[in-house]
Write a protein that binds this ligand. Structure first.
Ligand code: MN
Length: 418
């Protein structure tokens, strides 16, 4: 597929994240109108969809669906409505569209917009599905012989996270306090996290709900779209608390998302299969077709007052399990899935050193600090700005996610001090 041209000139650049091929959904406000509302990114602008729908230029079954400042009503409406909206927007924004004059007043410069969480997060589940990440972390925590847990090649492992601390790109992230005990400490202590970290992930957003077990093919069709997801992680809290029930407070501080939901439809041209199985999967987890996507991913770190440096580059095609497999597995127990459920892919790491999606791996547990410009890092420092970037690359165009960027603030004084 090649670039589809739009009457919005900035959408026709090979460098934009948001050509007509993409049409990602967000929620924004402006200084003039502080009410958060639904919009679609096109080039360097946003089309105000609440206004366009109110003007009668979009008429969805059961509408209005875009007047509430969140995408959940559209997500719940199902695949036919998703397709109808995308087709209508593609027509309205295409070069030569008769509606150009009616739509122009509803374009807002992205530079003038404040972005908000694009959907109400129902619940958040995080997985552990990159073979290279699981192998790296397992080697550090348990040794090379026990790197992969015995269940890893059979089950997409996950834990139930917190929806309450999911936040949007741009939100400052505060270094947490927690209970710490190093391997050589006699007793635990309560202190600020000293090994604060990020995880480069893709978040899959559940559109339509389910009430019982679903197949991988059904799961794929339930997914509305994807965002970049940073699973902020306190490694020293995690190391002490994680056995036997998995991470708890280590991952409850914050999970940040890029502001634009890139729809499954926009990613269709970039589908690819999961890697060769190292052990046969049970039938219910077998994929009926390619369920991953080729999406180039990168992590930038900017120390306080310094320029950003790219510290990792990898690709979503490295995952061992797809979001559809994870979602299908999530339902096996009969667990209902809801509109707005968010599934983290798990940290995405490739086989090479510079393809690792966490500082824990990049610095090999802090033993091998790495260069960031003229500084070094083992873990995230106060004042650092971390940015996740991602885009699928087509012929002369890109389907980009926009950035997920957050700055780290120092820990507050002891919250329990008298
Ligand atoms: Mn994670």
């Amino acid at each position: 597929m090649s670039l589809r041209r739009s009457w919005v000139d900035s959408a026709n650049s090979a460098d934009t994240d948001f050509p007509l091929n993409n049409l990602p959904y967000g929620v924004f406000s402006t200084a003039q109108d502080t009410q958060p509302r639904c919009g679609v990114a096109i080039g360097d602008t946003i089309l105000d969809l609440a206004a366009v729908e109110a003007a009668g230029l979009i008429d969805l079954p059961g509408g209005p669906l875009m007047d509430l400042g969140r995408w959940n009503p559209v997500m719940a409406a199902g695949q036919e409505v998703w397709a109808a909206l995308r087709n209508r927007l593609t027509d309205l924004l295409a070069e030569g569209a008769a509606e150009e004059g009616d739509l122009r007043p509803h374009l807002v410069a992205q530079a003038d917009a404040v972005m908000h969480l694009p959907f109400d997060v129902a619940e958040y589940t995080d997985f552990y599905a990159s073979y290279h990440h699981a192998t790296n972390v397992g080697t550090m925590f348990r040794g090379a012989e026990n790197a992969l847990p015995p269940n890893w090649l059979s089950i997409p492992i996950g834990y139930n996270g917190r929806a309450s601390s999911v936040c949007i790109s741009g939100t400052d992230i505060r270094r947490p306090w927690g209970q710490l005990k190093g391997p050589n400490d006699d007793a635990p202590r309560f202190a600020p996290c000293n090994r604060f970290d990020i995880e480069l992930e893709l978040g899959a957003i559940v559109g339509t709900s389910s009430t019982g077990p679903v197949t991988v093919a059904q799961a794929d069709e339930m997914i509305f779209g994807y965002v970049l997801l940073n699973d902020w992680s306190a490694r020293d809290i995690q190391a002490w608390e994680y056995q036997p029930l998995g991470p708890f407070q280590a991952k409850a501080t914050a999970t940040s998302l890029s502001p634009w939901i890139v729809t499954r439809a926009a990613l269709e041209p970039f589908r690819t299969g999961t890697p060769e199985r190292q052990r046969d999967l049970l039938d219910y987890l077998k994929e009926p077709g390619p369920m991953l996507y080729e999406i180039d991913l990168a992590v930038d770190l900017a120390p306080d007052g310094a320029d950003p440096v790219t510290i990792a580059r990898t690709n979503y095609d490295q995952m061992y399990y797809s979001a559809a497999q994870q979602l299908a597995h999530h339902t096996t127990s009969g667990c209902p899935m809801r509109t707005g459920d968010l599934l983290g892919s798990g940290t995405i790491s490739g086989p090479e050193k510079d393809q690792r999606g966490s500082l824990l791996e990049l610095s090999w547990g802090g033993k091998e600090p790495f260069a960031v410009g003229d500084q070094t890092r083992s873990f995230v420092e106060d004042g650092d700005t971390l940015t996740l970037r991602g885009a699928a690359k087509g012929d002369g165009y890109r389907v980009g996610f926009g950035a997920c960027t957050n700055r780290v603030q120092p820990a507050l004084p002891d919250p329990y001090a008298r």
